[in-house]
Design a protein around this ligand. Structure first.
Ligand SMILES: [Zn+2]
Length: 417
């Protein structure tokens, strides 16, 4: 077997394609490239891309593709790519089996890059493979756009909708994540759009049709208590029961504790360092934060009461069902109302106004854990790229990492990395 045969087998070429020339070419004192020239026998016929009828070659043009490295050497394939003349469909471009039309990379090389950009920044991949990142971005956007557009959403029954920061300085986007109520599968990022308004929910619903889904099938939507998403769900997902999950309620409780601290500070009380000591659960605090929390609670009755209120609110979701949780929450609201702490009195009113949605946590125990996980992925992607120049690129990478997309190209890796 000669070297050309070996490359034919390696590339999986079949007649009429064959390797006619191959070797190392010196580009500079340090680097060589491997060239593999592919051709076809004169007189070969190729199927018409429309009707697959074998047709004679009309003309041809030499094209070149970057392939996966051969050891340390960048590898380029080149081939005479024919156009055929079909009696019915006239002159048509033939597709080669190793690359997409319009791409300067082979499918294998593209699959390699797609695997790498899941793990590292596109600019870093560009540096690693020696290609400009604008070329890689074009390819990544192509594959992700195509795979995302082809996704089947017909089984979606529940979603979580939340905001996520897209840049430093308070730029926000809305993300929609599929919740699997039986928890059989990991969460899937479905949709991401700039802004966080009621219309953001509408934008998601508008795309459902193209994915074989409709607004009517969404029975449950987990959201925060912002007016925007409540309005968005009411207007665009009419069949969805709204769930305000524990995470969002407890976030408000944390803000209420902070409100009490700020009121005290405004009155001239010494609450130095209290912000961090009062945040979060006891078990997550460092020893000095615990000591500071205890001392603050002892010195300021209002802080002690606010911490106790927050902890009691947390207990709501320990109850086994909606009736017992409702009873606990009712008791909590009257305690908060009598507490003489304005931020907690306000929270009690908010909770009463969102009563059904908070208890809709049961029976599926819907939490925003899914969306929190995806939010983590988005923030990692954002940091990795040190800020995205445009929203489309951030959206593309997030869909690729968290959207459970499948590519139409074979992976060069037998085991997913
Ligand atoms: Zn034809």
């Amino acid at each position: 077997m000669d070297q050309n045969n070996l490359f034919e087998i390696g590339l999986g070429l079949a007649a009429p394609w064959k390797v006619v020339r191959s070797g190392l070419e010196e580009c500079s004192a340090q680097s060589k490239i491997l060239y593999v020239d592919i051709d076809f026998e004169n007189g070969s016929k190729f199927p018409c891309p429309c009707c697959e009828k074998p047709c004679a070659v009309y003309d041809s043009e030499v094209k070149r593709w970057r392939h996966m490295n051969f050891w340390q050497h960048a590898t380029y394939l080149s081939a005479r790519v024919p156009r055929v003349e079909c009696p019915e469909h006239k002159v048509r471009q033939v597709e080669v089996p190793w690359a997409r039309a319009e791409s300067g990379f082979t499918l294998m090389f593209e699959a390699l890059v797609m695997a790498l950009v899941k793990e590292m920044a596109v600019s870093a991949v560009g540096a690693l493979v020696g290609e400009h990142d604008t070329r890689l971005w074009r390819m990544v956007r192509h594959y992700v756009g195509e795979a995302h557009a082809a996704q089947d959403w017909s089984e979606i029954a529940a979603v979580a909708i939340d905001e996520t920061a897209t840049r430093k300085g308070q730029r926000y986007a809305t993300v929609v994540v599929e919740i699997d109520l039986e928890r059989r599968r990991e969460a899937r990022l479905l949709f991401m759009t700039p802004e966080r308004t009621a219309a953001s929910v509408g934008q998601f619903v508008e795309t459902m049709d193209a994915h074989g889904a409709s607004a009517q099938q969404v029975r449950l939507a987990a959201i925060d208590m912002s007016a925007a998403y409540q309005k968005g769900v009411a207007e665009h997902l009419p069949q969805a029961k709204v769930v305000f999950d524990p995470f969002h309620v407890m976030k408000l409780a944390g803000e209420a504790v902070d409100g009490v601290r700020r009121e005290l500070r405004a009155q001239g009380a010494d609450v130095k360092g209290a912000m961090w000591a009062l945040r979060g659960n006891w078990q997550n605090l460092k020893q000095e934060q615990r000591e500071l929390r205890l001392s603050l609670c002892a010195r300021h009755k209002a802080i002690g009461r606010s911490i106790a209120l927050r902890e009691s609110l947390q207990d709501t979701w320990q109850w086994p069902g909606p009736a017992s949780a409702a009873l606990h929450l009712k008791g909590w609201c009257s305690w908060a109302a009598r507490s003489r702490l304005a931020p907690f009195q306000k929270l009690a009113r908010t909770i009463k106004a969102h009563w059904d949605g908070i208890l809709a946590f049961y029976p599926n125990r819907v939490t925003s854990a899914a969306i929190e996980a995806i939010n983590g992925i988005i923030q990692t992607a954002r940091r990795r790229a040190r800020g995205f120049r445009n929203f489309l690129n951030l959206q593309t990478i997030c869909y690729w990492i968290a959207g459970r997309l499948t590519l139409p190209i074979p992976s060069p890796f037998p085991h997913p990395i």
